[in-house]
Design a protein around this ligand. Structure first.
Ligand SMILES: C[S@@+](CC[C@H](N)C(=O)[O-])C[C@H]1O[C@@H](n2cnc3c(N)ncnc32)[C@H](O)[C@@H]1O
Length: 275
């Protein structure tokens, strides 16, 4: 991939995600769709373990969504929409890539209270104060800093007072994520000609901008044990990855809030409230 060296181009990103990233994946192949948005090219067990950590966080950190209105910002192929749909009374998925929105729409076709919209996180297609809850998972590393600030302002705008955001962020200070050779060589903070953008974002920077725009952190957990297994054993075919990840999952669920371990984590899950 070649960097463009120019300003962020959301239309290019939309083409990359909605076309190139999903190229060759059948519309009924949800496993392949999930792998395309999660952990492209890595062993399936890694994506599965990440998704389990994420689901544990959704259970532990979201309020009861009965009667609530939820926005999934950067919803991709709709992995999280299928989790939200049976739990909330209104669910809206927004993604910049029409190709992603089409996949997500097909997945939640059975739910009449789920709606999909094409839109940029820097200009969310929704009215002020509409949502009780926003979730945004795996998206912030794919836009540059100015776009992240704008997205946080937009999230605050569409949340009702006291509404909450659940935000997943990579850990730029992770000893393992930064040093793991080849983990993602394209995480350069520059947009490539094919539209792909990825950056190792410092969670503290995002959270201080969040505070400035009126979103206050109320809880944070992380996945240091998942991360340890992933980096230590993922290249070794002799290892029982599902078994190791099962131990890691249990430990992250019990100890993931302990800040002392956060330096080892690949990801944070952060809960914020609209002030
Ligand atoms: C790694 S995927 C994560 C998808 C989904 N949140 C999930 O966890 O399955 C990143 C998603 O962000 C979307 N995206 C990238 N830039 C965006 C932007 N500026 N506005 C909205 N969505 C964007 C992509 O189209 C893609 O679907």
């Amino acid at each position: 991939m070649t960097s463009t060296g120019t300003l962020y181009d959301a239309a290019g990103a939309a083409r990359y995600w909605g076309e190139e990233r999903l190229d060759g994946i059948g519309t009924a192949d949800h496993d392949a769709e999930d792998a395309a948005v999660l952990n492209q090219g890595k062993p399936r067990e890694i994506s599965a373990a990440y998704a389990q950590w994420e689901t544990d966080c959704l259970h532990a950190m979201l309020p009861d969504l009965t009667g609530r209105s939820v926005l999934d910002l950067g919803c991709g192929v709709g992995r999280i929409l299928t989790w939200l749909a049976p739990r909330a009374s209104e669910v809206v998925g927004v993604d910049v890539a029409p190709g992603m929105v089409a996949r997500a729409r097909a997945r939640v076709a059975g739910f009449r209270h789920v709606e999909l919209r094409v839109g940029d996180m820097a200009a969310v297609p929704a009215p002020d104060g509409h949502f009780d809850q926003v979730v945004c998972l795996g998206v912030f590393e794919h836009v540059p800093a100015a776009h992240r600030r704008r997205a946080l302002e937009e999230i605050r705008r569409v949340l009702r007072p006291e509404g909450e955001l659940l935000l997943e962020l990579n850990n730029a200070e992770s000893a393992l994520l930064c040093e793991a050779a080849g983990d993602n060589p394209h995480r350069t903070g520059e947009q490539f000609e094919n539209g792909y953008f990825c950056e190792l974002v410092t969670a503290g920077d995002v959270l201080s901008v969040a505070q400035e725009v009126g979103l206050r952190e109320t809880d944070r957990t992380a996945n240091p044990f998942y991360s340890a297994v992933r980096h230590a054993a993922s290249g070794d075919p002799e290892e029982d990855l599902p078994g190791l990840f099962a131990h890691a999952r249990a430990l992250d669920a019990r100890l993931g809030r302990g800040r002392a371990m956060h330096r080892l984590a690949d990801q944070f899950m952060v809960r914020l409230v609209r002030t």
